[in-house]
Design a protein around this ligand. Structure first.
Ligand code: HEM
Length: 156
C-alpha cells in the first residue's frame, strides 16, 4: 500500500510540473504576447512566482518519492536474498529527473531572479529578455519531462 501511495504522489507531482509547463508554454505565453510589456511582464512575473513555488514542492516530491520507491524495492530484493540492479527505465528516468531539477534550479534562481529585479525596476526590456530565456529553458524541461514519462512507461 505504501508503495502505491508513493507512486501516486510521484505521478501527481509530475503531472503538476509537466502540466503547468504545457499551460505556460503553449497557452498563457502566446496569449500574453498580445499585451503591452508594462502589463505582460508584471503579469508573467506574478504567475511564474506562484508556479515556481508549486514546482519546487513538486520536484521535491518527485525526487523523494522516487528515491523512496527505489529504496523499498532494493530492500525487499536484498531481504529475499537477491541482489538489486536498477531497471534501465528507472535509471534513465532518475537521470533525466535530476537534469530537470538542475534546469529548474537555473530557471528559478538565476532567470526568475532577473525577471523579478527587472519588474521591480520597471525595466520592461530586461524583463522581456528574462522571460525569453525562461521560455527557452521551460521548453527544454518540457521536452525532457515528456522523455522522462516515455522512459518510465515504454519498455526499454
Ligand atoms: C520529472 C521527472 C519524473 C517523471 C516525469 C517521472 C515519471 C514517472 C512515471 C510516469 C512513473 C510510472 C511508471 C509506471 O508505473 O509504469 C514513474 C515511476 C517511478 N519513478 Fe519516476 N519520474 C520522474 C523522476 C523520477 C526520479 C528522479 C526518480 C528516482 C530518483 C524516479 C523513480 C521512480 C520509481 C522508482 C518509479 C516506480 C516504477 C515502478 O513501480 O514500476 N522517478 N515515474
Amino acid at each position: 500500500m505504501l508503495y502505491a501511495l508513493l507512486k501516486l504522489a510521484h505521478l501527481l507531482a509530475a503531472i503538476v510540473w509537466i502540466g503547468g509547463m504545457v499551460f505556460a508554454h503553449w497557452f498563457l505565453r502566446p496569449a500574453a504576447m498580445a499585451l503591452e510589456p508594462a502589463v505582460r511582464v508584471p503579469l508573467m512575473q506574478a504567475v511564474l512566482r506562484r508556479f515556481f513555488t508549486a514546482v519546487a514542492v513538486a520536484a521535491t516530491a518527485v525526487l523523494a518519492s522516487g528515491l523512496w520507491m527505489i529504496g523499498r524495492v532494493a530492500k525487499a530484493t536484498v531481504q529475499v536474498g537477491g541482489s538489486f540492479a536498477m531497471p534501465l527505465s528507472w535509471t534513465v528516468m532518475a537521470t533525466l529527473g535530476l537534469v530537470m531539477i538542475a534546469i529548474f534550479g537555473h530557471i528559478r534562481f538565476a532567470l526568475y531572479k532577473r525577471l523579478r529585479v527587472a519588474t521591480e525596476a520597471g525595466d520592461w526590456a530586461a524583463g522581456g529578455r528574462a522571460l525569453a530565456s525562461i521560455r527557452t529553458w521551460v521548453g527544454v524541461n518540457l521536452a525532457l519531462g515528456v522523455a522522462t514519462v516515455a522512459a518510465a512507461v515504454l519498455p526499454l
